[in-house]
Write a protein that binds this ligand. Sequence first.
Ligand SMILES: [Zn+2]
Ligand SMILES: [Zn+2]
Length: 509
Amino acid sequence: MSGFALAVLCLVCVVAVAFARPGGGQSYSGGSRSRSSSGGGSGSGGGDGGFLVELLVWLVFRHPGIGIPVVLVVVVFFVGRAMLGNKVQEWSTAATPQSVQRVQRVEAPSPPPQVMSTIPRSALDALRAVDPEFSVVLFEDFVYLLYAEIQRARSGAGRLASIAAFLSPQLAQNIQAEAAGAAALADVRGIVIGAMRLTGFSGSHSATVSVEIEFEVNYVEVNRQGGEQRFYVTDRMGLSRAQGAKSRPPARARTLDCPNCGAPLENLRGTQCAYCQQDVGGGRFDWNVGYLSTMTKERRGPLLTGDVQETGTNDPTLVDPQAVPRIHAIEQRDPAFNWDAFTGRAAHIFGALQGAWSGREAARIRPYVSDNLFQSMVYWIDLYLQAKCRNMNDNARILRIDLANVLSDTVYDAITVRIFAAGADYTISDDGKVLSGSRTRERTYSEYWTFIRGSQRQGPARTDAACPNCGAPLDISMVGNCQFCRAKVTAGEFDWVLSRIEQDESYSG
Ligand SMILES: [Zn+2]
Ligand SMILES: [Zn+2]
């Protein structure tokens, strides 16, 4: 790293005040955002909107002097929010303000879905009506994979020729033009996805099923001269596929290969597969990316410390109405499952996460988190190592765990809980100076954590450091295999693993 870059990093450490935590917390975006923190929204999300309406009605009739102005304020708030939803978000950065540019609008061949505010991801579960093997967890992993592949394809380092079957002709053309242009990149790497939100969904009934996903991403662009620039980006990606298309089998869900026959990617030329002799593009067999729109792109990495206010901690938990019946269904399938053991494992993983984070040892969390979450932990921990500081969370402890949602499909059970925790959060340099936060003043926060486990799996959740398959003391490789029995334990086949951490203001069900 150059001296200048190091100086900037140190400056960031010193200038900013407080607040990071394992996984990045709210500091991922490097500053506070004006995204609404209340849940509600569309779909079957919050169970608390009804209470609010009742309260307002009661106020209007019993205390009109208070009630009517309150109703007006609420209406203005929601209308304003709905109008803002379509526009580029406003960003305020805690460090040096950067320009927010709108770049590379690639129009979709088919119109993007109309609903632009965040939709609960559980809405996608409706696809199981036309595709019984559909799994939200696997879908998100696949989308993540596609997104990273497209980013790499923007540079000469990508495999654009082989992924055309997953792109609309228009998008493939645009990417090719960019990769061949005068300002072409040498590589795009260090792609870390901080958040993925569902911003559009056609439902399962239309002939072409379309989905829009919004990403918050950090990546590094490497130019031809070897220069590097890290960006913080908000992108929206539109995908579609024929209603009759079926999900990939689980074994192929985390690889890109022929959408029809599964032949390795090298067999694809354009949208033609040399192996099965089919035109496999256009969403006939698999998801096809119609557009990738960059909403914001800022030249900066995440702040290691930032004056980021905790928002949403006092909001009611967004509980899906199906959460309780679905958790009972898991209990029916697996008599060894119970809430106490499950939350015991959640607490065990919480502890391991704190240790890995403050100790800057990613390996300690490896057995308990999915591959994608692990990659983002490694990324954060590397940043702290480079900046020669670490984020501490003394006396970190869970105060409460609420059930928020349960999704079950043929591959995974996914349980989302809201974890309320407290601890003294501060960042300290390697030579012992407290750079931000407070060693004595505790802070309370809440986050939504999603755990996954193979839906065929039965048995009690482990709360010790042993391999969930063979019981040997945990010694897990960096790719997630037990060193004794070689089983891959981090995909949730054997026991609950943490696959996602979302902030209150990002979570929408
Ligand atoms: Zn094929
Ligand atoms: Zn093992």
